[in-house]
Design a protein around this ligand. Structure first.
Ligand SMILES: Cc1cc2nc3c(=O)[nH]c(=O)nc-3n(C[C@H](O)[C@H](O)[C@H](O)COP(=O)(O)O)c2cc1C
Length: 174
């Protein structure tokens, strides 16, 4: 890595982003959420098929109903906005590659949230109820839930996390 670029904004955001599960009541700007979704949509995808679709949920009672479908209900209920992310089966050409693309899209989304000074957590546990989420949101069967991102202003920035040392991760170098 070029040392001059090692502390670029992108690398910094990747390292500093943490899952945020506690939010203040401060409102989140709708325009900012559009920008975040736009950043998510700039993820790479196989054949550039862009299989991701987004719902944007501001409605408090809907957030609470979605919260009942996961044990992380407090995170969903207290977030300013929820973004359920879907795979559009009609745009899909290879399930593994499409899921990988949506993973990249969700990471873009989280990094964009962070760069706007907001916080978020990717909620995957709700996937056990993915059909019920679809029914609740009255969305068509061609959409498959991939995760819900809960977004808001962080109550604090005390989150810590850890990563395995690189030596454990690199299985080959020659
Ligand atoms: C596929 C996936 C599913 C996740 N599901 C949940 C979840 O259901 N609830 C939750 O609190 N965090 C969830 N997370 C967040 C992880 O717990 C978190 O990313 C991990 O502990 C590392 O912490 P960090 O994001 O602060 O670096 C999920 C993350 C991913 C990528």
């Amino acid at each position: 890595m070029n040392p001059e670029r090692a502390d670029s904004e992108v690398i910094k955001a990747i390292a500093e982003r943490r899952s945020v599960r506690n939010f203040t009541d401060a409102p989140v700007d709708r325009h900012v959420i559009r920008e975040i979704v736009r950043a998510a949509s700039w993820a790479p995808s196989g054949l550039n098929n862009q299989p991701w679709r987004f719902a944007i949920v501001w409605d408090q009672s809907l957030k609470e109903e979605l919260g009942r479908l996961t044990r992380y209900s407090a995170v969903l209920k207290n977030a300013a906005v929820l973004i359920p992310v879907f795979l559009d089966r009609d745009s899909s050409y290879d399930r593994v590659k499409d899921c990988q693309a949506i993973g990249a899209c969700m990471q873009n989304l989280l990094l964009a949230v962070h760069s706007h000074g907001l916080g978020a957590t990717w909620i995957g546990e709700i996937l056990k109820n993915k059909e019920r989420v679809l029914n609740l949101l009255e969305l068509p069967d061609r959409l498959e839930l991939m995760g819900v991102v809960a977004i808001g202003h962080p109550l604090h920035r005390n989150q810590t996390s850890h990563r395995k040392p690189i030596e454990e991760l690199v299985v080959l170098e020659k």
